[in-house]
Every structure is written in C-alpha cells, then in structure tokens.
Design a protein around this ligand. Structure first.
Ligand SMILES: *[C@@H]1O[C@H](CO)[C@@H](O)[C@H](O)[C@H]1NC(C)=O
Ligand SMILES: *[C@@H]1O[C@H](CO)[C@@H](O)[C@H](O)[C@H]1NC(C)=O
Ligand SMILES: *[C@@H]1O[C@H](CO)[C@@H](O)[C@H](O)[C@H]1NC(C)=O
Ligand SMILES: *[C@@H]1O[C@H](CO)[C@@H](O)[C@H](O)[C@H]1NC(C)=O
Ligand SMILES: *[C@@H]1O[C@H](CO)[C@@H](O)[C@H](O)[C@H]1NC(C)=O
Ligand SMILES: [Fe+2]
Length: 465
C-alpha cells in the first residue's frame, strides 16, 4: 500500500515536472563548434601598431555629456606625450575647431603605460557627421563619428550589445559580425569585462594595449558606453596593486559628472529616445552607499516623456539560470529589483555569464524572509533581463545550465554572439541576438519590446462613454 502510494505521488510529481518543462522557455539544442578559446597572438593583424613616429593608437570615443552633444576622444601615444589636442570639423564645413585634452600615465607592477590622452569635445550639433584628427604635431590620424539626434521620445536609434569580449579569434568574429550587421548599430552598450589582461601573469597590461588596438576599428567611429566588470578590478595587493579598477579608469573615461555621479563606475546618459543607467556590480551598492544614493535619486529624474526607453546596464546578471556564477547577482537583485519594477525599467542588460539568456517579464520582490513567497512571478512592470556575456573571451563558454530550465528563463543558449536593441519609436523596440556561427543577418532569438511606460499609460479599452 505504502509502496503504491509513493509510486502514485511520484507519478504526480513527474507529471507536474513535465508540465513545468512544457511551460518553461527554450533551451536551445544548438551545438556550436568546440574550438579552443585562445587569445589572438601579439603579432596579429588586429593588434598592429599604426606606423609613424608617436602615432596615436587605441583611439576610442564615448559620449561626453548627458545629452549627446559631447564626445570624449581617447588615444595613446607611445614615444612622447605629444599633443592632447583634437581637431574636428563637420562634414561639408570649412571651419576647423579644436579642443584641448589632458595626458596621463599609470604604472602597474612593472608595466608603465603609454601617454593616455583624453579630450572632451562639447557643444556639437545633433545628428551631424564630424571628422576628427589626433596626433597633432607628429603622425596624425583621422577618424569620424556621427552625433545622435536631439533627445526626444520618438527618435529611432540602434544600439549594439557586446559583453565579456576579450581578444580571442571568437572576439574578432563578434566584432566583425556587429560591424557587418544589416541592423547597423550606431552605439555599443558594453556590459563589462573588456580585455581579460588579468588572466596573464602580473595582469600583463600589454594585453590592455592590444585590446585597445583591437576594438579601435569600431570604437574610434562610434561611442562605446562602458560598464565595469570584475575583470576591470585588477586588485592584487600582494604585487603592490591595491587600488581597484586602476587600468580601466585610467584608460576609459566616462561622463559621470554630467549625471551628478561621484564615480566613473556608475553614471547615466541620455541618447536619442533612451535614458541609460550604468551600474557597478563590484562597487559598494548597499543602502546608504554612494552608488545607492545616486541610483535612487537618478530614477525620479528620468523623464519618460522625453526618453521613454529606460535601459540599465550592469555586469553581473540578476537573473541567470546558468551554473556558472549562479546567484552571484542575488544581493544586488534584493537591493535594486523593487526600484527597477517601480520605475518600469524596460530592459536590464548584463554580461559576466559567457552565454546568452533572455528572461520573461518577472519579479521576485514579495519575499520578506518568512512568508515563503520567494519564487519569481509574472510582472508586467518588470524589465526583461538579458545576459549578453557572449563576446568570446579566452575563458570559453558557460555551457552548464541549471535543470530544468526555470520558468523565468525564456531562451538560453551557450554560443558566442552579440545583440541589437533597435528603438523604433516611443512604443516599440526590437531586440535581436546573432550567434557567431550564423551569417551576420541571421537572428537566433528576437523579441519586440512594448515600452513599459507608454503601455502603462494606455487606458483599458472598456467603458468609454
Ligand atoms: C615584469 O615582471 C615579469 C615577472 O618577473 C617579467 O616576466 C617581465 O618580463 C617583466 N616586464 C617588464 C616590462 O619588466
Ligand atoms: C612631435 O611633435 C612635437 C610637438 O607636438 C614636436 O615638439 C616634436 O619635435 C615632434 N617630434 C618629431 C620627431 O617630429
Ligand atoms: C579579424 O577580423 C578581421 C575582419 O574580419 C580580419 O580582417 C582579420 O584578419 C581578423 N584577424 C584575426 C587575427 O583573425
Ligand atoms: C518632462 O519632459 C516634458 C517634455 O519636455 C516636460 O514638459 C516636463 O515638464 C518634464 N517633466 C519634468 C518632471 O521635468
Ligand atoms: C512604432 O513602431 C512600430 C513598429 O515599427 C509601428 O508598428 C507603430 O505603428 C509605430 N507607432 C507610431 C505611433 O508610429
Ligand atoms: Fe565577469
């Protein structure tokens, strides 16, 4: 009797589990090629030093103000400090302007950096192509960028999503696919873990330089919006390097003061129809910390009439069903998820887990330590969480997933690739994910976003008298 009873219960449990499996999302059965993930050698074409005395190298740009009329131009010279001036001019214009920047160096263990230049250009016209020149006085190099349209609710704009890139052959494919994508990304939202130089003995910072040269072919022509990850920490007290984020903060400047932040590790920008908030998973974020205070005062400042799309970037995901880094984002989720839901954040992009995953709109904010309500539930006010840590670094893919796939996970796949977030107008945006093994135009996963704020503004279509 007891035996049959257990069989019976077992059968019910099995049945429920099958049911849950049916309701859950998709675990892709796609099997990628299993090449070794190795860094491209130092003499690779993508790492070549540009010719000429003191030629500017590792040229990259990012947004330089809160609204998109500013650009920070950064580059490195190897032989002497040289000039920190940027010459720039609008396409079809005779007028050449100049802006003066600063130069700095840093040491890391026995490594000494080149001369790192940062120059902020301000007061640009919106929606205009500018050419710019660096290396004034010695070998000069010319590049260009296009400023975004003026901030407004219906301004279309296309972002690329890249994370955990590193500098392997796979990383190179990811950048190539992004550049060749028919979606034509205009700005990269980078979700942290840049060079992976820290995987080398003494964090050999030469691999920060090779990475800078590698991404120049994109980052010199369009802004990459930076988020710090754990591989930016470079925290090694025993070799005399106790200051976290040293190489990263010297090389990658961001416009944090423009959003009243006190740290380059968390800040915000507005661009076209979006308000983008960058968080730091590896800085103090508990209640009363500078990051917490900034974040909670930033959210009420978001004007969804002007920037309907509210995007949050952070390195460590709050929702991930992979075994690697499982629940690492839990403390941050507990602190910040109620805020993301209250302010109807549209999407949270994260990296860290070397794979792709997209969540359902769910939240898990009702739990109070004794009431047992600790399972995520469907929530129309919640963001979609997208893990895009699949840039292709040398640590390889996170292939082990928790089983069965939890209900909150809509799609997951351990392949390298990149994402595109294509804002159409105030109500619609289209997200797609491209895996490196497919052609550049193939979407392995995609989702139409219906803006959270405008959706909540819509009146129910009943009882209209
Ligand atoms: C730095 O130290 C490491 C380990 O002692 C050594 O292999 C490397 O050649 C040194 N590099 C420089 C630039 O001195
Ligand atoms: C490089 O430019 C600086 C001025 O910025 C000048 O003083 C120096 O002589 C130049 N060096 C060479 C080798 O042209
Ligand atoms: C990286 O990709 C670019 C563009 O496809 C290609 O020209 C280059 O040869 C590649 N480099 C390596 C080392 O694979
Ligand atoms: C939000 O932006 C709209 C449109 O520019 C403006 O009318 C409104 O006053 C702003 N709201 C706040 C709270 O600043
Ligand atoms: C917004 O974009 C979507 C998708 O392209 C389109 O279907 C919709 O009509 C647009 N809305 C407006 C008001 O133009
Ligand atoms: Fe990471």
């Amino acid at each position: 009797m007891g035996f049959y009873f257990f069989l019976f219960v077992g059968w019910i449990l099995l049945d429920i589990q099958v049911l849950e499996l049916c309701e859950a999302g998709i675990t892709s059965s796609y099997v990628r090629k299993t090449d070794l993930d190795i860094d491209m050698p130092l003499d690779s074409d993508v790492f070549r030093v540009p010719p000429g005395y003191n030629a500017p190298q590792q040229v990259h740009i990012t947004q330089g103000d809160r609204e998109g009329k500013g650009v920070i131009v950064s580059w490195i010279t190897a032989d002497e400090p040289g000039s920190s001036t940027v010459l720039y001019w609008a396409e079809n214009s005779e007028l050449i302007y100049h802006a003066d920047g600063t130069v700095l160096t840093y040491k890391y263990y026995n490594y000494t950096s080149g001369f790192i230049h940062h120059c902020t250009i301000k007061g640009l016209e919106y929606d205009t192509k500018y050419y710019y020149e660096v290396g004034i006085g010695n070998t000069t190099r010319q590049f260009w960028f296009i400023t975004p349209p003026k901030v407004g609710p219906d301004v279309p704009y296309t972002f690329g999503l890249i994370g955990d890139l590193g500098q392997t052959y796979d990383s190179n494919t990811t950048v190539t696919h992004y550049q060749m994508s028919p979606a034509k990304g205009q700005t990269v939202l980078y979700v942290g873990d840049l060079s992976y130089a820290d995987n080398y003995p003494y964090h050999n910072n030469i691999r920060w330089d090779t990475w800078g040269r590698f991404i120049e072919r994109s980052a010199a022509y369009q802004p990459w919006i930076w988020t710090a990850g754990n591989h930016e920490l470079d925290f090694v007290p025993k070799i005399g390097e106790p200051k976290p984020f040293k190489p990263y903060t010297h090389r990658y400047f961001v416009p944090y003061r423009a959003s009243d932040s006190t740290s380059p590790l968390w800040y915000s920008i507005r661009r076209a129809s979006t308000h983008i908030i960058v968080m730091s998973s590896y800085s103090a974020f508990g209640k009363y910390t500078p990051q917490y205070k900034w974040f909670t005062s930033e959210l009420p400042r978001v004007n969804r009439s002007e920037t309907p799309w509210l995007i949050v970037l952070m390195h460590c995901p709050m929702y991930s069903s992979y075994e690697t880094h499982y629940m690492e984002g839990e403390t941050m989720r507990v602190m910040y998820e109620p805020w993301l839901v209250k302010y109807k954040v549209d999407v949270v992009f994260a990296g860290h887990v070397h794979a792709y995953e997209r969540s359902e709109r769910i939240s898990n904010i009702k739990y109070d330590i004794v009431n047992g309500r600790c399972t995520p539930v469907n929530d129309e006010s919640a963001p979609v969480y997208i893990t895009i840590g699949d840039g292709g670094n040398l640590e390889g893919l996170a292939t082990k997933m928790t089983q069965p796939q939890p209900k909150y996970s809509a799609y997951r796949e351990a392949s390298f690739g990149h994402g595109i977030f294509d804002v159409k107008n105030r109500t619609h945006a289209y997200f797609s994910w491209n895996r490196n093994q497919d052609g550049v135009a193939v979407e392995a996963d995609s989702l139409w976003f219906h803006n959270r704020y405008w959706k909540s503004m819509e009146k129910p279509s009943v009882a209209v008298l």
